[in-house]
Structures are given as C-alpha cells and as structure tokens.
Ligand binder design. Structure first.
Ligand code: UDP
Ligand code: MG
Length: 312
C-alpha cells in the first residue's frame, strides 16, 4: 500500500444522522492504517442536512470530497458517479450507515494487495429483520436462477477493487444497471472475505419495497433472456397440445364413438393458431433481445491476466 491511494466511494441519501459519526470512525481508523486516501461522497438528491454536514466536514479535511447529483438517481447511478470521480489506485465502496464497519478496511487492503482485482465482503451473519432477511433470500435466490450469474450468498455492501477493475466497470454504458451483476460479469480475479456486521447506526433503510422490486426487475431484464424465450416456449407448447388434441379427436371420430362434431376441431385449430402466433412473436422477441444486447454496448471481453504483455 506504499505510494498508493485509496478512494472510498460512499453514496448518501437522507443520511444526516449518520454522516458525522461515519467520518469520525473513518478518520480514526485511517489514522491507524496511515494510508493516503480520499472519501468521495455522492449525494443522491437528499434535501435534509446531509450535504451541508459533508461540506462543513470538507472544510477541515480536504480528503473529503462530494459529488452532488441534481436529483434522486438511485443508488446504482450514484455509485457510478462516485467511481467516475474517484482517483485512487484502489476504490473501496461502503455505505455510511456503518453496517459494514470501518474496522474491516485493513483486511480488505491486505487481501487486494495479494493481487486480486476485486475483493468483496461476505456477511458472517446478517443483522436485519426477519422479513428483510426472507426478502433478501428470495431476491438473491431468484436472481441466481434467472440470470445464471454466480452471485455469492450473503454479499455485503463493502468491497474493494483496483483501478483496472474500475476502468472496466466504466466501460459498461447501460442505463439500467445492476452493479452486483456487472461486477460478476466483469470477472477478472476475484476474492472474498468474511466480515462482521453491525446494526444500522441511525436512520432507516432507504430501500422501500418499490425500490427493491425495481432493482430485481432491472437485474432480471439486464442479465437474462428468459422472459424473451418464454413466448417461443409457450408457442411450441400450444402447437404441440393442439396437434395432440386434433389427433385424438380424429381417432375417436373414426374408430370409436360418434359425438357431436364441430367444437373439438375448432378448439384444436384455435390452440394451434395461438401457438403459431406466440411462436413468431417469440422469434421477433429474440431479435429484439439481440438488439437490446447490442444497444447496451458492453465490453466484449475482460482479461484476467496478461503474461509478457502490458495493459492497454
Ligand atoms: N441510497 C442512495 N440512493 C437511493 C437509496 C439509497 O444513494 O435512492 C444510499 C443510502 O444513502 C445508503 C445506501 O444507498 O448509503 C444503502 O441504503 P440503505 O442502507 O438504506 O439500504 P439497506 O442497507 O437497508 O439495504
Ligand atoms: Mg444499509
């Protein structure tokens, strides 16, 4: 960590109750670690005293920096704004509510100095209400299923990554962004450490149900083509059901019983026609999916390691 700078990237949204305490604990911890650092706060459109408190603190400490977004853009955008402005060799992302404690910073540094590109924290035990824990289990479980991303269990907010990783992240230009997904999509050399968790220091969670659902849908639509494939699958299923029905009807009519004719054939034809329509809507959807993928303009590859070559 000699001659290297560490940037903290901290999104804040109505966090007036925790900022001062956060800065106090951070500066205390950083004094012990004696490293050069900056704390980049990103205000995500708070209208309480969050901004004025940070500005006040910044007067006494030029390592404290602030990006003010003009209105509430959501945490994912705020974080991206922070990464864009951070200048350190390493970037450490954390929330100001002290749920992931600053006392863990040292361990993150030690781990990333081993040569990883990203080290994320895993919660030993999640300090949260039963409902929130349930929700988060369902949320991450569903995401893992739908997106095929290897999202680790009990992912904490706190994580550290190097300049190379940050630059790669900034190549992702998509508007709707699910950062955890992008981090996994980048790959490179990743490691994890178990960290302690505390209760939120003060204030309440800024993620209501609506915000969580929004995030979940973003994640699924950004990383999975399953919804698109649904129409094709459903279409094929309908066509098969229709054909089987029709076969049975013809067979019954010819060899077995003489029932009221008319409706069975109409129904079968209807099911087959619906199936054919669904199928072609599905095909169109697959093309739209490809256009969508192109429009995100994601980097084509990300390199894990170079031998006898330099980064370029
Ligand atoms: N946050 C943000 N914009 C938002 C909502 C939240 O920047 O629209 C920030 C918030 O200030 C906090 C972090 O995102 O620093 C995580 O939020 P919180 O601690 O409320 O979420 P939880 O820990 O309950 O998931
Ligand atoms: Mg929190």
């Amino acid at each position: 960590m000699v001659n290297k700078k560490l940037s903290f990237v901290v999104p804040v949204y109505f966090e007036e109750e925790v900022i001062s305490r956060f800065i106090m604990e951070m500066t205390e911890e950083l004094k012990n670690l004696s490293i050069s650092y900056e704390i980049v706060f990103i205000d995500d459109g708070s209208t309480d005293n969050t901004v004025s408190i940070i500005k006040q603190e910044a007067l006494n400490n030029s390592n404290i920096k602030l990006v003010e977004l003009s209105y509430n853009h959501g945490k994912q955008a705020a974080l991206t704004a922070g990464i864009t402005h951070a200048t350190g060799d390493y970037l450490l992302y954390m929330d100001p509510d002290l749920q992931d404690p600053p006392t863990e910073i040292g361990r993150f540094i030690t781990e990333i100095e081993k040569g990883y590109d990203l080290v994320f924290g895993i919660r030993k035990e999640k300090k949260d209400s039963f409902i929130n824990k349930m929700f988060s289990k369902i949320f991450w479980g569903t995401l893992r299923k739908f997106t095929g991303l290897k999202l680790p269990e009990g992912l904490a907010v706190m994580r550290i990554f190097n300049r190379r990783f940050a630059d790669k992240f900034l190549e992702y230009k998509e508007q709707n962004r699910f950062i955890e997904g992008i981090f996994m999509h980048i790959g490179m050399k990743q490691s994890a450490i178990e960290i302690d968790q505390r209760e939120r220091y003060a204030g309440t969670s800024k993620f209501n149900f609506r915000k969580k659902m929004e995030l979940a849908f973003n994640a699924i639509f950004d990383f999975s083509e399953l919804p698109l494939r649904l129409a094709v699958k459903l279409g094929v299923t309908f066509i098969l059901i229709g054909i089987v029905m029709l076969t049975i009807i013809v067979f019954l009519k010819l060899y077995l019983i003489d029932f009221q004719s008319g409706w069975p054939s109409i129904i079968s034809a209807l099911i087959i026609a619906t199936g054919v329509q669904l199928f072609f809507i599905g095909i169109a959807a697959l093309y739209i999916g490809k256009i969508y993928k192109e429009s995100k303009g994601r980097p084509l590859f990300s390199i894990k390691e170079l031998t006898n070559l330099n980064d370029r």
